[in-house]
Design a protein around this ligand. Sequence first.
Ligand SMILES: Nc1ncnc2c1ncn2[C@@H]1O[C@H](COP(=O)(O)OP(=O)(O)O)[C@@H](O)[C@H]1O
Ligand SMILES: [Mg+2]
Length: 224
Amino acid sequence: MILLKGVRKSYFIGEREIEVLKGVDLVINRGDFVILMGVSGSGKTTLLNIIGLLDRKTEGEFLFMGYNVDGLSDDILAKMRNRHIGFVFQQFFLLPYLNALENVLIPIIYSDKKIKNPRERAKELLERFGLKDRIYSKPSQLSGGEQQRVAIARALINEPDVILADEPTGALDSNTGFEIMDLFRILNEEGKTVICVTHDPKVKEFGKRVLRIEDGIISEDFKN
Ligand SMILES: Nc1ncnc2c1ncn2[C@@H]1O[C@H](COP(=O)(O)OP(=O)(O)O)[C@@H](O)[C@H]1O
Ligand SMILES: [Mg+2]
């Protein structure tokens, strides 16, 4: 599903080049539940953003859903993201002036996928995530855990192939964080591919596979 071979990524700050990824080799298969660990600044977000077509590698080979995406325009990449990927972030990124249901429906606006009865589907997802009484609430009226469940529903509305989560528990207390990870575990059991970045060692128990990024490469790759 996702293949990286010798992937490098540098940032330039003025004249100075910082190489964050120094040759990442990685294959992620459909149905996998990957936890990507590493200390702060190790390049987890950089790697996830490359996999999620939000950023481009500097060198190496990268296939997403079997496609070489190197030459594709930003517009095409945005379409591919919308079609194939559900994103979940530490800070939820819900729109404050929309209610939970409207937030979940946002990806539908940009979608060329035919999703049947999106409004019903959005309600079902929210109900399933224990938010039946919160469907018309604004983000400011919701707890952190509730907001993250809305964000996960939004990530799922377009029926993506893969969920990419960057520190999804980072803004939550540990119990709420575990509930969120358990939700990912259930979604994975139902067949969704999940890639979750964290620097929290307690979160790694939830994955089927744990990767560690260190000094710009994958230094550990083991099955749970
Ligand atoms: N847009 C950018 N421009 C310059 N440097 C960046 C940029 N994004 C990240 N970096 C640097 O790359 C390194 C890895 O960052 P990041 O991938 O965010 O790490 P992590 O998510 O593991 O904390 C850090 O040293 C960070 O400062
Ligand atoms: Mg990060």
